[in-house]
Each structure stands twice: as C-alpha cells, then as structure tokens.
Write a protein that binds this ligand. Structure first.
Ligand code: NAP
Length: 477
C-alpha cells in the first residue's frame, strides 16, 4: 500500500475509531490500493450525531473571536502542509498535481475567509413603520449540521462547509464520498490540531451512504443538511429533509454553456476555455460543458482548442509534470466513453486529440465538432475532457441555447468587450457568470446555482447564513 499521511478511522467525539468493517480506496491512475478506511454503520453515524450535539452546547457560545482563531489555525496548518493535502487529492482522485495544489489553496482559503466572517456576524435594529415597536434581528447557530460532499473536490467541498458552519457556531458531521475519503480524514485531523474541541467536527466514512444518511437526517438532533453532489441524489435527499422540514443547502449538478460571441478575442477565449473545461480534467460542476461559438469563429476556436488539447501531458496526478490526470474511477471513465459513443452515432466527429495511457481510468481529451444543440453531448453533464462545439449564427441564438437546460450553475461569456459581456451575462439563467475569464470560484464570492443546480449559496457573505437562524425580537423601547 502507498505510504499515506492520514488517519483511516472514523473521527467521532475527538477520537479516531476503527470499527470492524473497512473499505478500500484506490488510485485511479494505476488501480493500486491506497488504504482501507473505516466503514461506518448506522450506529456509528448516530454516535457522531450524539458527539456533535453534545459539543454544540459549548461551541455555540464560544466567543466568535475564539472560533475564528481555530479556523485561522486550520488555514495556517493547511497552507503549511499543502503538499500533503495535494498529494492525497492527486492520489485518490487522480487529478493533475497543479489542480490538486490549486484545490488545496482554494480549500484553505475558506478557513481564512470564514475566520474573518466569524467575528462579523451582524444583527439588525430598526423601527417599525408605525413606530409602535423596534425590530431587532439576531442570528444564532442552527445546531448540528450534516454535510455530504462529492469526490471531484475532496478538500474544497469539505472546507466550504466546515468553515462557515464552525464560524456560525454550529458543529458538524462530514460524510465524504466513498472514492475520496482520505483527504476528508486528513482535514478532520487538521481541525483537531487547530484546536476544534472534541465533537465539533466529526468525519464518518461509509460505503452505505444512503442508509447512514437517512438515519442521521431522521434524527431530531440534526438541524440542517448541506449537500454537494448530483442533482439526482440532491432531489432524493430533499424528499427526506421535507419530512422534517429541515433546512437544506444544495450545490448540485451543472451543464455550463461557454459562449464565444462575434468579435471575441480567439486567443483569450481558447485560454479561458482550457481553464473552464480542463480544470480537474473536466470533472467539475463548473466545467464548461457546451461551447456555443459564433459561426465566424468556429474554425479558429476549434483548431486552437485542439492544439492545446493535443499538447496536454497525461499521466498520474502525483507527477508534477502531469497536466491531465485520470478520471476518479473506471465507472466515471466509462460514462464519458458511453457519451462519446452515442455522439459518434449521431454523426459527431469525436476524434481524440491524443491517445490516453493504456492503464488507468484515463479519457483522451477530445474536441467534438459538428455538434447540434439538443444532442447527447449538450444535454448531459459530461464531467470529463470533452469539448462539444456548436456553431451559432448570432448572440440571441447562443443565449437561447445556453438557457435551454434545467441546470443553471454557471455560464461563461467571451465577448468583444466587457460591456457586451455584462449585457449578455444578465440574460443568462445561472447563479454565476464568468465574463472574459475561465474561472469564477472564489471563497469571497457567493457560489451557487439557479434552477436544478441548487438551493442556497456557499462562500462570500452569504455562506455563513446557511448555518444561521434569523430570530426577530419585537420590543417596545
Ligand atoms: P453523487 O453521486 O451525488 O454523490 C455525492 C455524495 O452523495 C457522495 O458523498 C455520495 O456518497 C453521497 N450519496 C450518494 N447517494 C446517496 C444517498 N442515497 N443518500 C445520501 N448520500 C448519498 O455525486 P458525485 O458523483 O460524487 O459528484 C458529482 C456531481 O456533483 C456532479 O453532478 C457535479 O456537478 C456535482 N457537484 C456540484 C458542485 C456544486 O457546488 N454545485 C460541486 C461539485 C460537484 P458515496 O460516494 O458513498 O456514494
């Protein structure tokens, strides 16, 4: 087994517990076994609820400045040990080293941002219009937060939830994905070392996500759910949380359009597309999924992208020179290959830009040409290094096609000038729009989607409010 620097037990009430059952974690670039981690049962999940519930009484009244210092310390540890975190991400997820390191820095920044937010939770005071009372608004921590995260950002999706929850005064139970639990366990260890009291952060790895989650969500001591993952699983969780009218933050799937409008600069559009499409090898909810390119620019844009795809160095994520790593598993790789087969059957040219390594869950980067709007590659979240190019006659057509989806997480607009970009951005039905750039994510910005891409926002000033209840006091002063 690979030498990994992380615990492999369950973190419950400040103790690492290794139950009788375990499951394997693999490196998708060569299928080697990285570790065996504890496989939590329903009883373990409920123990974690007890631990988080017990810890809430004290943590919720711990001075915000003190809570902030724990988060600040977590930022400092994570930054100082960035190599360890990036290595774990690259090993268990397969993503390229630069993406793993980029994620580590991004993930650590949530601790820094929310350490600053912890001390700035605002209340409100105003007079009622009739002047018969004053309206005082207060915010208080919701309680125990249950957090479910996906495999594509093993660190950042965890810190984007843990940091605001702790800043707000909540305690939590993190359930990482089965494919990438090691990074989450390492973050649990970081929180311990940063001084989070026992039970404030619990990490429960399991191969029975449905069973364990249903038990936790059904427990009246749990106050909120924060989920990041597919829309399909998100909808099934919403049905469960509806039973208890449990607040539920949902960061779900995407199908991001990337518009290259008439007059856009081709070199910067290609450079932006490489980031928007290829960060994480395309396995990002924010990944550009469909390219709507003005008919006058289709040729140079496709050729530029093809050249950039052909030049990517493919290989194991842990090798520093790798620019495109493996998909997280054969299952994910095969889903992408099935979409490519279906597209080929529709007459799309899906010739890969280069050959993928023979062993490992790799997918060759592919510019798919001659794609029709409404066909397979535009309807499905590809989650891999495939760029379908659709030719459009004008901006109106591009906007109409871009919005023709049940998803609405992010859009990318490349325009001749920022003014045109903003005008088009206002017509996009998505929670976020990147204008003349290939990335929008920032811990200081509100991340989230419209339509079936989610409910609520993470990060920015909004993020902490996912873990706070608003309480209003009517007083006659
Ligand atoms: P997924 O299959 O929905 O899994 C996400 C998490 O849910 C995992 O921890 C998984 O555990 C758990 N889960 C699965 N079934 C469950 C159930 N019945 N009850 C409770 N939990 C359950 O998604 P994924 O394949 O990991 O991630 C890819 C998806 O996430 C994409 O659609 C992507 O767009 C979306 N995503 C969205 C954002 C955003 O911020 N909007 C960010 C990243 C990813 P197991 O691993 O044990 O099955």
């Amino acid at each position: 087994m690979t030498d990994i620097a992380t615990p492999t037990g369950l973190l419950i009430a400040g103790e690492w517990q290794s139950g009788p059952d375990r499951f394997e974690v693999h490196d998708p670039s060569d299928y080697s076994v990285l570790a065996e981690v504890a496989d939590a049962s329903v009883a373990d999940g409920l123990d974690a609820v007890t631990a988080a519930h017990d810890a809430f009484a004290e943590w919720s009244v711990t001075p915000p400045r003190q809570r902030a210092e724990v988060l600040r310390k977590a930022f400092e540890i994570m930054t100082a040990e960035a190599d360890t975190c990036a290595r774990l991400i690259a090993l268990e997820n397969g993503k390229a080293w630069r993406d793993a390191m980029g994620e580590t820095i991004y993930a650590a920044e949530f601790f820094r941002w929310f350490s600053e937010e912890a001390a700035r939770i605002e209340g409100g005071f105003r007079y009622a219009p009739a002047r018969d009372k004053t309206i005082i608004t207060d915010h208080r921590p919701m309680g125990v937060a249950y957090m479910i995260t996906p495999w594509n950002f093993p660190a950042a999706m965890a810190t984007r939830k843990i940091a605001p929850a702790l800043a707000a005064g909540c305690t939590c139970i993190l359930k990482p994905p089965r494919e990438t639990p090691l990074t989450a366990l390492w973050i649990g260890d970081v929180m311990q070392r940063a001084g989070a009291p026992a039970g404030v952060v619990n990490v429960v790895t399991t191969s029975h996500a449905g069973e364990v989650s249903s038990a936790i969500l059904g427990d009246p001591r749990v106050a909120t759910l924060s989920f990041t993952g597919s829309t399909w699983v998100g909808k099934s969780l919403l049905k469960q949380t509806a039973e208890r009218v449990l607040p539920s933050s949902m960061e779900l799937g995407g199908n991001a359009p990337f518009l290259v409008l008439e007059g856009a600069d081709i070199d910067s559009a290609v450079a932006g597309a490489m980031i928007a499409k290829m960060r994480n090898g395309g396995s990002a909810c924010t990944a550009a999924n469909r390219f709507y390119v003005h008919e006058s620019l289709v040729e140079p844009f496709s050729a530029g992208l093809q050249e950039a795809f052909a030049g990517l160095r493919m290989g194991p994520g842990v090798e520093p020179t790798t620019e495109l790593g493996a998909m997280v598993s054969d299952i994910e790789r095969d889903k992408i290959l099935a979409l490519l087969d279906e597209a080929a059957g529709e007459g799309v040219d899906v010739t890969p830009a280069q050959q993928a390594p023979a062993t490992g869950a790799f997918v060759a980067p592919t510019v798919a040409r001659g794609v029709e709007h409404g066909s397979t590659l535009t309807r499905n979240e590809i989650f891999g290094p495939v760029a379908p190019i659709v030719s459009v006659a004008n901006t109106e057509e591009a906007v109409r096609m871009a919005n023709d989806t049940e998803f609405g997480l992010i859009s990318y607009v490349y325009a001749a000038d920022p003014g045109t970009g903003v005008k088009v951005a206002r017509q996009m039905e998505s929670g976020m729009v990147a204008i003349n750039r290939g990335i929008a994510s920032d811990p200081a910005a509100p991340f989230g989607g419209m339509k079936e891409s989610g409910l609520g926002r993470e990060g920015g000033f909004a993020g902490i409010h996912e873990f706070l209840e608003t309480q209003y006091f009517a007083v006659d002063l």
